[in-house]
Design a binder for this molecule. Structure first.
Ligand code: ATP
Ligand code: MG
Length: 385
């Protein structure tokens, strides 16, 4: 009896002629995330199998697989020969610490194995009841757990009771490249996760305002990017100092447009970096109407300085929904650490909620836009995570 992990993938099935490309990417991404761990990898029909790993790596491997976009479910399975006694031993091993109602579901690809699948389920179920009848009961309609018995043509049987859901989606690298504008907040890391799930490879860009924002605020963004990187297979984080730009806006432009003008600079710098790095889209964590800078007028104003598509995967999400995802992906506790973001540094008392684009453009005329952007670019810092 040996341990194995069954990996099932999802939307890849739908891709017709491109199926090979998606499968290859998923396989590469799995191998990348399991780098440094000893195991063997086998491709079976629409599934992958991980075997021959050290038992102490079992949980680590499962945790890593549950972060790989494109994986629909994984199961911890026991593997035995196609032999009824061996199969029963494995079933008994899996059920010994379980309570509640159950059923046995057999799938028999090996037609030389007798009895047939229905009879096998009945025999196994009967023996389990004999052995554990005090704490388990059969319920074929709505069991609290199912014992799956997969009798395969290669003369091996897989037995498992758990089907753990992964993040599904598409393999990272299958949907182009994007530049995520990442703050230290709750929303943008979630936006990065959402795009990873859809198969987009990410770079990240963060603006900090040293000395108004400190080392801790920067470290927080590095930590958040590291978490997103576990879903994206490694990320380059670019950090740009925003201090001079903010000071220039603060000194030369009406206070009410502070945030609007900052956003326009962020977008311009993002587009320039994205083009340089071969990214095809800019990604933000904006959600419609969440704050003054996320009204449709504010979004229009920041969007109008770039040509590249701006993807906003959270646009229709409520804050609570975003928080739920951030807890699930493990960014929440880092996001709520109380360090200042550059956006809170020069926050006006009464920001313009519906900025008039003509007035915004007029306000900006006082600034040396190109000069400020060039200066910001000259000091860009890159961190590989
Ligand atoms: P978040 O929770 O992601 O910080 P938010 O609710 O605070 O978002 P805003 O401050 O309006 O909203 O920011 C909107 C988006 O602009 C963010 O989701 C992020 O994509 C980008 N952004 C904001 N601040 C920064 C920053 N310092 N560096 C890079 N991008 C930023
Ligand atoms: Mg924020």
């Amino acid at each position: 009896m040996t341990n194995a992990i069954i990996i099932r993938y999802c939307e890849i099935h739908l891709k017709g002629k491109n199926k090979g490309f998606f499968e290859k990417l998923l396989k590469e991404n799995i191998k990348k995330t399991l780098n440094g761990i000893n195991y063997t990898f086998t491709a079976m029909h629409s599934r992958y199998l991980i075997e021959n790993f050290d038992d102490t790596d079992y949980d680590i491997i499962i945790d890593k697989l549950l972060k790989v976009a494109g994986i629909h479910t994984v199961s911890r399975a026991l593997v035995v020969n196609n032999d009824l006694e061996e199969i029963y031993s494995a079933c008994s091993y899996l059920v010994c610490d379980k309570f509640g109602t159950f059923k046995v579901e057999t799938n028999r690809a090996d037609k030389t194995f007798l009895p047939n699948s229905v009879e096998t389920s009945t025999i196994l179920g009967g023996r389990l009841l004999e052995e554990y009848g005090e704490k388990i009961k059969v319920d074929v309609k709505n069991p609290s757990f199912t014992v799956y018995v997969d009798i395969r043509e290669d003369k091996r049987t897989f037995i498992y009771t758990d089907i753990i859901h992964g993040i599904s989606g598409m393999p990272v690298g299958s949907a182009g490249k994007g530049l995520l504008l990442i703050s230290g907040g709750i929303d943008s890391p979630v936006a990065g996760y959402m795009m990873s799930k859809r198969g987009m490879k990410l770079n990240c860009l963060h603006f900090h305002s040293f000395p108004y924002t400190g080392e801790a605020a920067k470290q927080k963004v590095i930590d958040l990017t590291k978490i997103i990187a576990t879903y994206n297979g490694g990320i380059n984080l670019y950090i740009v100092s925003f201090t001079h730009i903010q000071e220039a806006i603060h000194e030369n432009c009406p206070e009410e447009f502070m945030i609007t003008l900052m956003r326009r600079f962020m977008m311009r710098i993002a587009e320039r970096l994205a083009i340089e790095k071969g990214d095809q889209a800019i990604i933000t964590g904006e959600s419609l109407g969440q704050v003054a800078s996320q009204t449709i007028e504010s979004i229009t104003s920041s969007n109008s300085v770039v040509k590249m598509p701006v993807l906003r995967p959270l646009i229709g999400f409520d804050k609570n929904e975003i928080i739920d995802i951030s807890k699930k992906i493990d960014t929440f506790n880092t996001s709520i650490l109380p360090y200042e973001d550059c956006c809170t540094v020069f926050l006006p008392k009464f920001p313009s909620i519906k900025p008039d684009l003509n007035k915004v453009i007029k306000a900006e005329e006082k600034l040396d836009i190109e000069g400020l952007i060039n200066e910001a670019f000259s000091k860009i810092e890159k961190i590989e995570l």
